[in-house]
Design a protein around this ligand. Structure first.
Ligand code: FAD
Length: 230
């Protein structure tokens, strides 16, 4: 979609003006935001945009595939955060400046089976990959409760295996019948057969550190690609 607003530059990255078109609640604290897609803005599934905001720069992985007419991000609102509460309150049609595309978290087809591991909104780049036609991957989505399993039906349809890993104490309520009670690391340690895999990890730094250590111990012939959110 054409936003009708011309790009400028900020250092080496091109800066585009976009409009907020839609806001959809995914759970109590997470929203999908739809933005206009500027003319000439191209990206690959797994890449991200950066909001160039007076409160600072904030990166968000795009959830839509490269052919989409709009841009979509999936954002957890951090209550005392500088940027996300402003985004949550922004009126429809508000203007934002973004730069991008940024990042290299892109699916690399290989003979080794792909295992995608996400926590929370770290699911975002995997949705874009699924929407761009990537198939045959196994996906683990770690959240505290079943509310956080955004885009589940779509991901199940694209994945060769989908496991919800619910770590919260009361996770059983509304959990899918095949959910695993525990963290993604516990699932990998107990249920992934020995072998060589391509792991794609996205989410909190603690998860990425813990899974990388586990891969070194249990799946040493594997490759790890990672994207750290915070
Ligand atoms: C490569 C990359 C990709 C990212 N993609 C996404 C994405 O797709 N979706 C998304 O929601 N976020 C994503 N993030 C995080 C995002 O860029 C912001 O850091 C986040 O939205 C918080 O911004 P804020 O200004 O509201 O909070 P800040 O003012 O930056 O932070 C306030 C406090 O909250 C903590 N905090 C920061 N982020 C979180 C969080 N997610 N949950 C809990 N506490 C937090 C900070 O440590 C700090 O103590 C990504 C970050 C990176 C580096």
């Amino acid at each position: 979609m054409n936003s009708g607003l011309a790009p400028s530059t900020n250092g080496s990255a091109e800066v585009y003006a976009v409009r907020l078109l839609k806001r959809r609640r995914l759970d109590g604290g997470t929203f999908e935001f739809t933005l206009s897609r500027p003319d000439g803005f191209s990206f690959r599934a797994g890449q991200r945009i950066r909001f160039e905001h007076p409160t600072g720069e904030r990166d968000y992985s795009l959830v839509n595939g490269p052919a989409a007419t709009e841009l979509q991000v999936c954002v957890r609102i951090v209550q005392d955060g500088h940027f996300t509460p402003r985004l949550a309150r922004a009126a429809i049609h508000s203007r934002f400046d973004i730069s991008g595309p940024h990042g290299y978290f892109i699916f690399q087809p290989a003979a080794r089976p792909a295992v995608f591991v996400a926590t929370g909104t770290g699911i975002a780049p995997f949705i874009a990959m699924a929407r761009s036609g990537v198939r045959g991957f196994r996906l683990l989505h770690g959240t505290r409760t079943a509310d956080g399993l955004y885009y589940q039906a779509e991901l199940r349809a694209a994945a060769a295996g989908y496991v919800a890993c619910l770590s919260g104490a009361a996770a059983a309520a509304a959990a899918p019948p095949d959910a695993f009670a525990g963290r993604v690391t516990a699932y990998l340690a107990a249920h992934l057969a020995p072998g060589a895999y391509d792991f794609y990890l996205c989410g909190r730094s603690e998860m990425i550190r813990d899974v990388t250590l586990l891969v070194d111990r249990r799946f040493p012939a594997s490759l790890v690609y990672s994207e750290i959110f915070f």
